[in-house]
Design a binder for this molecule. Structure first.
Ligand code: GRG
Length: 301
């Protein structure tokens, strides 16, 4: 379990510790074999280890902490999620999707390498995610490992990232707030929900506690994406100055386009309150999760 005496309580310190530790797991999982393609491994490292807030891993660790799960197992689940997340960002940045040149303040993977390398690095990272989960180091019980894998397949597929991205690329002509939530719950919410769901498998957790944690996760996933949409509107002063707001220039039917900036901010605040309500029964033990909800709604990148 997580040693609370030595594990930092301040979120900024937690971010640093978790980043260091999950990066070590990811680095080892990608490996240093000289018989494999060095270019592929370099591209995977570039995409996976080049920054990122590690929000989903922090979430796994916080839920594991709440229910007395293992830190080492939480980190491995976090690493698997970071692989899927990195793959989704690589694909999202490609010319056939968002056609972005920059990610995490550096050239996107297809700009740094090339499109073929970006596609293959994404493929290999998705495979690596499942390899990490299916390894007994992630959980000693085979049935639990199968559940961890099954739940991730669902978070990635038609009801998850791929389905949500499709809804984002091909929205209805006049999307409603319900259409937006259906898209964002899949595109962003599914992996955040998975982080919480997987962590509940790492320790004793009653059905009622799991329900509440999943309710928290579903509200958190939406708030995280709505904040992303708000940052696309207000986040880049250079773009605003040139009249190139990303929420308009991208053509995406984002929260700020559908609800307006004020509507999106009100919705984010409502969802944050719903996060807090879902955690009420856990009392002060859930403080790290409350910190993450606050972070999701206040973050500036
Ligand atoms: C099959 C896994 C898979 C994906 C294919 C391309 C695609 C389908 C989905 C893309 C979904 C997407 C880009 C969602 C955006 C989610 C989001 C809010 C990303 C930003 O997350 P942060 O802020 O990023 O956590 P960092 O850089 O901090 O890790």
């Amino acid at each position: 379990t997580i040693d609370r005496a030595s594990f930092p309580t301040a979120l900024s310190d937690r971010i640093e510790v978790v980043r260091r530790d999950v990066d070590a797991v990811l680095g080892a999982a990608i490996g240093t074999s000289t018989t494999r393609s060095r270019r592929l491994a370099e591209a995977m490292r570039y995409a996976c280890l080049g920054g990122g807030k590690r929000f989903r891993t922090l979430l796994v660790v916080a839920v594991a902490d709440l229910i007395g799960g293992s830190y080492a197992q939480a980190l491995r689940i976090g690493a698997a999620i970071e692989c899927v997340h990195a793959q989704s960002l690589i694909h999202d940045d490609l010319p056939c999707m968002d056609n972005d040149d920059l990610r995490r303040g550096r050239p996107t993977l297809h700009r740094k390498f090339d499109e073929a390398t970006a596609l293959l690095a994404g493929d290999a990272l998705l495979a690596l995610a499942f390899e990490i989960l299916a390894d007994p180091l992630s959980h000693p019980d085979g049935a639990t490992r199968a559940e961890l894998v099954l739940a991730l397949t669902r978070a990635v597929g038609q009801d998850g990232l791929a389905g949500g991205q499709m809804m984002d690329l091909y929205p209805p002509a006049e999307p409603t707030a319900a259409d937006l939530f259906a898209c964002e719950a899949r595109k962003t919410g599914a992996l955040i929900r998975y982080a919480v769901q997987a962590a509940t498998m790492l320790g004793p957790c009653s059905a009622d506690e799991q329900d509440r944690l999943l309710q928290f996760a579903e509200n958190l996933g939406l708030v995280f994406q709505i904040r992303d949409d708000i940052l696309d509107r207000i986040g880049d002063p250079a773009a605003v100055g040139k009249g190139l707001r990303k929420d308009e220039s991208s053509g995406r039917k984002s929260a700020t386009v559908i609800m307006g900036l004020t509507g999106a901010e009100q919705e984010a605040s409502r969802l944050k309150n719903a996060c807090h309500e879902a955690l009420a029964v856990f009392g002060s033990k859930a403080s790290p999760l409350r910190d993450l909800a606050k972070f999701a709604v206040e973050r500036v990148h």
